[in-house]
Design a protein around this ligand. Structure first.
Ligand code: NAP
Length: 251
């Protein structure tokens, strides 16, 4: 097991990519804080799956778009598990809308959760990680953080910001034994894009944009990379943006 004895916070792990990472971290021996925003029942179901499989997990609730909530969440996890070794900034929201229709609220919602939330969750765990002289901070970014997408100005801004945040934080924290990296998914089958996938021809169009011909990957296909970035195998990896995108960004 790659994460034996480690404590991991995974934001947005009530469903989708975060839930898959939570289950895999649990199977790799980590004690897992499964974090929901609205769907605490779903977080509790993920916790039950992990615990039933012989792991250890606990459900938490927080709105990580708010700085005070980031601090509260980190405090509650540290109180429950005694420490924190791994932070996965996974909670995110995507609203596709042309620039003319992008209201301040649509902009703020995506920037506040995807970008600000990632930074302030990192700030909330850094004192504990610095005191231990080790830690792993992983931003779940996107192919939309390295390339542009139409009707996605706010989302791409948030994801691009998360990518470069990793460069800045790794320069600051590497000397403390803290690895800061990103994992950038391509198109993944989750609730986030379910309405688009329901459109005729959408998956086929996405498939035509990857050299693998895969339109949407299964979220479990990301978990190996998530374990790598959380484990000692990545101790000398700093500031990377590890693309798991079926080759999307290689064109
Ligand atoms: P998802 O299925 O829509 O799940 C979103 C998660 O974020 C849920 O657990 C949700 O909690 C949580 N969340 C929403 N608002 C929150 C808030 N204010 N505070 C705390 N948690 C909040 O999303 P996903 O597709 O798994 O995406 C996960 C990450 O991967 C996101 O950062 C996304 O940008 C990135 N990503 C996704 C794709 C893709 O194709 N799906 C591609 C590239 C990158 P509740 O269940 O409680 O609402």
């Amino acid at each position: 097991m790659k994460l034996e004895g480690k404590v991991a916070i995974i934001t947005g792990s009530s469903r989708g990519i975060g839930a898959c990472i939570a289950r895999r971290y649990g199977a790799e021996g980590a004690r897992v804080a499964v974090v929901a925003h609205s769907n605490l029942d779903k977080a509790e179901a993920v916790v039950k799956e992990i615990n039933d499989a012989g792991g250890e997990a606990k459900a938490f609730q927080a709105d990580v778009a708010q700085v005070s909530e980031c601090d509260r969440l980190a405090g509650e996890v540290i109180a429950a598990f005694g420490t924190v070794d791994i932070l996965v900034n996974n909670a995110g929201i995507f609203t596709a809308v042309p620039i003319e229709d992008t209201t301040e609220e649509i902009w703020d919602t995506q920037i506040d959760l995807n970008l600000k939330g990632s930074f302030f969750m990192a700030r909330a765990v850094v004192p504990t990680m610095k005191a231990k002289g080790s830690g792993k901070i992983i931003n779940i970014t996107s192919i939309a953080g390295v390339g542009g997408f139409p009707n996605s100005g706010a989302y791409c801004s948030s994801k691009g910001g998360q990518v470069n945040m990793v460069n800045a934080l790794c320069l600051e924290l590497a000397k403390d034994g803290i690895n800061v990296n990103s994992l950038a998914p391509g198109n993944i089958k989750t609730d986030m894009n379910a309405p688009y996938r329901a459109e005729a021809g959408y998956d086929e169009r996405q498939a035509s944009l990857t050299p693998t011909g895969v339109g949407h990957m299964d979220p479990n296909e990301l978990t190996g990379a998530a374990v790598f970035l959380a484990s000692s195998d990545s101790d000398q990896v700093h500031g990377a943006n590890l693309l798991v995108d079926g080759g999307w960004a290689a064109w």
